[in-house]
Design a protein around this ligand. Sequence first.
Ligand code: 4GS
Length: 318
Amino acid sequence: MQAFLEFVVKGLVQHPDEATVTPVERNGMTIYELRMNPADVGRVIGRQGVTINAIRSLLLAGSARHGLRCTLDIVEPRPRRSVRGFAMKIDVLTLFPAMFAGPLEVSIVQRARTAGRLHLQIHNLRDYARDRHKSVDDKPFGGGPGMVLKPEPLFEAVEAVAGDKTHVVLMTPVGRRFDQALARELAQREELLLICGSYEGVDERVRQALVDEEISIGDYVLTNGGLPAMVVIDAVTRLLPGVLGDDESSRDESFSQGLLEYPQYTRPAEFRGMKVPEVLLSGHHAEIEKWRAEQARLRTEQRRPDLLNEILPSNRHP
Ligand code: 4GS
């Protein structure tokens, strides 16, 4: 369908190399967005819309045969955003670099890395231990169970890795609770250094002298700060400019207004006797929007009433 539209549009315009067709999924409908040189818009619309209506009819006929719902939209050329060249640098200090293979090498994070938006480097804290035994931990002064991360390797590592602009973060349960607002804050930084705690904790002088901010991903005790660091990296990366496509990020906007997601369905319309709500099949966009807004509010009231008094005043009851 896209190729067909492209063929038709390029045949009409004077600058065919500037004409593009992008399918965008919205409310179960495919909108084919046409972009072109502004001088060509008139040609594609035609006198009194004759040309564009003819294209729409062809599209409708073609898509109906396949049971799809499509439409056509002429949109402004995408603004050249000033995101080109922006990249965030994230360094991680950990005793278990092997943990980081996998989660950060797939999906959107991997895409951000290959696109040069995210420069991620994992450093083994043990490489910065100077003594013969490469020791990174020691018994706590004053006694007690477990081991504490020694200051020397951490100081050496941070001094080697961090620059002037680097925001140094310690992952620890005593830190500020991580949430979407904090992810947005961190995404504004140019360079992050995430220190993963291990064992019973880190020498207090590390906090005093090296760390700008302490972050916790939640009130539970993990074996080390590797997973928390990955959680932060994942949430921050998808907020970096140019990482999510337009479609992904506009979807995100409606969900990060502080309400929980409304229920989503895809085909088939009936599965093992369970039906998709009629309104979603109706094609009435206004009705669908209304239903989704109601559902999002209902779910939030039932499951996370705390969210309604938070974040955005627009979430509150009128
Ligand atoms: C968390 C957390 C954590 C705590 C590290 C016990 C090893 C462990 N770090 N959010 N010592 N929750 N860290 O559980 O950030």
